[in-house]
Design a protein around this ligand. Structure first.
Ligand SMILES: Cc1ncc(COP(=O)(O)O)c(C=O)c1O
Length: 473
């Protein structure tokens, strides 16, 4: 045993550094919530300078505590109420602590004995959310690392279930299989289809309405057209909700369409599944119970750290068929819910379930209800504010906590100029760092896109954002 190894595992240093880190994070959270104006959301540095900084740091003698501080200072501050950018949650302190616990225990979960607690908790978390989504009592699923992998996992199951040959072993060559996808599906859906080897012909893009929801009246046409071209449609992917504009597809009607054609119905509810926790908003998910598979990201609307994704299957059999593989030393032929690797892309997996389970245990459903209702309502209020404020145009009334708008200065009508102005605003905002928002292009128009991910974001913060944009442009 070397002295260095001994020192690296020293229990007293661990205790000391751990206490210091928790103190730092508690102060950091306090500042973000009580005096957010003292903190730039994004301490902007160009990538080369950032790289240079950490190259120098690596060679320095800076202490562990000061390094923790520097990491915090130079990161984007998701807990600051003026962070209203991409759909990443401001994690609950308890979920972050659960993560520390899980990372330290490092129970890998590929097979039961490598993660007995987290495997049982995973089953409980999936049962809980399946019930909220009104899925069949028999539904089963798994947790995995992100919606991107989640969508791929679900579509692999769809392909296995709906192609009438043993595709896992024979491959996809010479088979024109396709999924119907919304033009507004998240890019991970197209990526999954391409990874599966279905190519461009594997994507039948269906039309959307003026709110970027699948145009249900056009589905039959798209289906027949593809069939006539010799393509076998095996499934359809609906959004709940769309990434760019936050609108929910008509799941009920789409579910009926899929059932009538006996194709797989997958709902990408990575962002919007949380509406199921609210009596007020759960109507948005009507019909989700018809889905063969559902993906949802707990790290988006459930206040837990990334990545924590659930993939749920209406028929548990399908979850086992996804990976029809043999590995005598590890994988189990029997259908055992407690052997994770049978059903996930990952072999070793971090203890994802702890993050959700701990929050559920400590606070109950109501915490998640409060979160979704607070953030969705704030988005409605923000939309009102945009409509009332001179020179701003709201894309449309939000259905979720995603709000898109643009700045239209007086006398400017050219779409090209408006695009340039709004792209410039977003660039200036990023470099300024007081707020963090993103941009998106819809119908060839650049919109500023905000997602209210923090329940502490107040309407006064959003007023300040519009004020800053007006001053900047
Ligand atoms: C609808 C939708 N699906 C999938 C994803 C991908 O999720 P992840 O970033 O967890 O891989 C996103 C991410 O924003 C999304 O909005």
């Amino acid at each position: 045993m070397t002295e260095l190894l001994n020192n690296a595992y020293n229990t007293e240093s661990f205790r000391e550094s751990g206490h210091k880190l928790v103190n730092l994070l508690a102060d950091y959270l306090d500042e973000a919530l009580t005096s957010p104006e003292n903190q730039k959301v994004l301490p902007w540095l160009i990538p080369e300078k950032q790289l240079d900084k950490w190259r120098k740091h690596l060679k320095s003698e800076i202490s562990i505590e000061d390094t923790f501080k520097e990491i915090i200072e130079n990161s984007i501050h998701i807990h600051n109420p003026k962070y209203i950018g991409h759909q990443v949650s401001a994690p609950l302190p308890l979920s972050a602590l659960a993560d520390l616990l899980g990372n330290f225990l490092n129970n890998g979960q590929a097979i039961y004995e490598m993660g007995p607690v987290s495997q049982a908790m995973e089953r409980i978390v999936i049962e809980w959310i399946s019930a909220k989504l009104n899925l069949s009592e028999k539904a089963e699923g798994i947790l995995t690392s992100g919606g991107t992998i989640g969508n791929l996992t679900a579509l692999l199951a769809a392909r296995q279930a709906k192609s009438d040959f043993d595709i896992w072993n024979s491959g996809v060559l010479n088979h024109k299989l396709a999924f119907m996808v919304s033009e507004h599906s998240h890019y991970s859906v197209e990526r999954a289809v391409k990874i599966m080897g279905l190519g461009e012909i594997g994507l039948i893009k269906v039309k959307v309405d003026e709110k970027f929801r699948i145009d249900v009246s056009n589905l039959e046409n798209s289906f027949n057209e593809a069939n006539e071209n010799g393509t076998k449609i095996i499934g359809l992917i609906a959004n709940a909700c769309t990434t760019a504009a936050g609108t929910y597809d008509f799941l009920d009607e789409i579910g009926d369409f899929c059932n009538s054609h006996k194709i797989w119905f997958h709902v990408d509810a990575a962002h919007g599944a949380a509406a199921s926790l609210s009596e007020k908003y759960k109507y948005l998910l009507k019909g989700i119970e018809k889905a063969d598979s559902v993906v949802l990201d707990f790290h988006k609307m459930f206040m837990v750290p990334a990545l924590t994704t659930a993939v749920i299957f209406k028929n548990p059999e399908h979850s086992y068929q996804t990976f029809a593989q043999k590995a005598e030393y590890l994988l189990n032929k029997e259908h055992s819910w407690f052997n994770g690797a049978n059903r996930t892309m990952e072999c070793t997996k971090i203890m994802l379930s702890l993050r959700v389970y701990m929050a559920l245990h400590a606070y109950g459903d109501k915490l998640f209800t409060d979160f979704v209702e607070t953030t969705y309502k704030r988005a409605e209020e923000f939309a009102e504010l945009i409509k009332e404020t001179k020179n701003f145009e709201l894309l449309f009334e939000p259905q979720s906590n995603i709000v898109c708008f643009r700045y239209i200065p007086e006398g400017i009508n050219s779409e090209e100029k408006l695009n340039a102005i709004n792209a410039e605003i977003r660039k200036k905002l990023t470099e300024d760092g007081t707020f963090y928002i993103v941009q998106t292009k819809l119908n060839n128009k650049i919109y500023l896109r905000t997602t209210i991910m923090n329940p502490f974001t107040k309407i006064s913060d959003l007023k300040k954002l519009l004020g800053l944009i007006t001053i900047m442009s």
